[in-house]
Write a protein that binds this ligand. Structure first.
Ligand SMILES: [Zn+2]
Length: 338
């Protein structure tokens, strides 16, 4: 759940420290459940380019992370198949904990600092691409906060929340949203009726992002827009922290970068309009890893200088530099149906 967008954002606001122990415990139980079924995991080619040859980057919690020798995408391989993944999410204690504790405790900060700016950014992207008063579909709507904010802007004539998890779909309905309670792959929707599909931090979870993008291309209107966010494996905190990064975990199967994700969407019928990395948390995450001793900064005195010794003076500027130069680990891709 790598997030962080516009406003000054501190990690504690969206992941309150006092709740993270409970989350860690629940997540560990999930991994345990999954690893007990690891014999049923399946081998896959690169989820971005389909290349068959990859080299092992590292192992974490018994999972193998490989880097595609062709496009540099990192991915868990072997990985749980589609049915096992569906069962995993339906019974996940970590997600239940997140939904019952962390999300309610942090919704105010998330709404102000993530979802409202996110809705504005989407409206702006649509406007710049001549989609006004269009139909918006969010895939993986969660609590429905983004859809609420998108409706509130008044720039979309219809907002549809696609959310397969029953509890979350119910929350969306209680907020008065139009909800489709199905995984996107099973959504039956009249072709060409949606002008923009948005999906935040979803594609890294999918067994087959390729199937997802093809389905999006089927649903969208001619010239329809697709906006997805996900981790960027070539971003600062992911490059520095590697397996230490909290983004690297069993539920994140795919780790794209700007070029590999553009290539994938192109093969699924889209043309990329822009890739940006408006992340806010890279520097802080690496700083925390240094301060906690998790990351040994001794071989990297410059990191210690920027992220610890001179943090107050240069921290914000350094993060802005990363974000402005496509070097943050939080990535947005905007594409249009070809
Ligand atoms: Zn590849």
């Amino acid at each position: 759940m790598s997030e962080g967008t516009e406003e000054a954002l501190r990690e504690n606001e969206i992941r309150p420290d006092h709740l993270m122990d409970g989350q860690a415990e629940a997540a560990a139980a999930d991994i345990n459940w999954l690893m007990q079924r690891s014999r049923s995991f399946v081998l896959v080619p690169c989820p971005a380019c389909g290349f068959q040859t990859a080299s092992e980057a590292f192992r974490k919690s018994g999972l193998v992370y490989e880097i595609c020798m062709d496009c540099g995408t990192m991915y868990i391989n072997p990985r749980p198949g589609p049915e096992l993944l569906e069962e995993y999410y339906n019974r996940s204690e970590g997600y239940r904990y997140w939904n019952e504790h962390i999300f309610p405790a942090s919704e105010g900060a998330r709404r102000d600092k993530i979802f409202r700016p996110r809705a504005r950014r989407i409206a702006d992207i649509c406007h710049r691409n001549n989609i006004d008063n269009g139909v918006l579909m969010e895939v993986g709507a969660g609590f429905g906060t983004f859809c609420e904010e998108a409706l509130r802007l008044g720039t979309f004539r219809r907002v549809i929340a696609v959310e397969p998890v029953p509890d979350l779909a119910e929350t969306c309905r209680r907020r008065g949203l139009e909800v489709i309670e199905e995984p996107i792959e099973r959504v039956r929707f009249e072709r060409g009726t949606v002008d923009v599909i948005v999906s935040f931090e979803v594609i890294e979870h999918l067994f087959s992002p390729r199937d997802f993008f093809r389905k999006c291309a089927d649903i969208l209107s001619p010239d329809g827009l697709l906006v997805v966010t996900c981790p960027n494996i070539k971003g600062f905190d992911m490059v520095v922290l590697r397996d230490l990064s909290s983004t690297v975990g069993a539920e994140h199967l795919n780790y794209f970068h700007p070029v590999s994700l553009s290539r994938l969407v192109r093969e699924c019928g889209f043309g990329t309009l822009e890739v940006i990395t408006p992340g806010k948390l890279d520097a802080e995450l690496v700083r925390k890893a240094i301060l906690s001793g998790e990351l040994d900064a001794f071989p990297h005195p410059f990191l210690r200088q920027v992220l610890v010794e001179e943090w107050e003076r240069v921290g914000d500027n350094f993060q802005r530099f990363l974000a402005d130069n496509r070097l943050s680990s939080h990535m947005w891709l905007v594409a249009r149906v070809k």
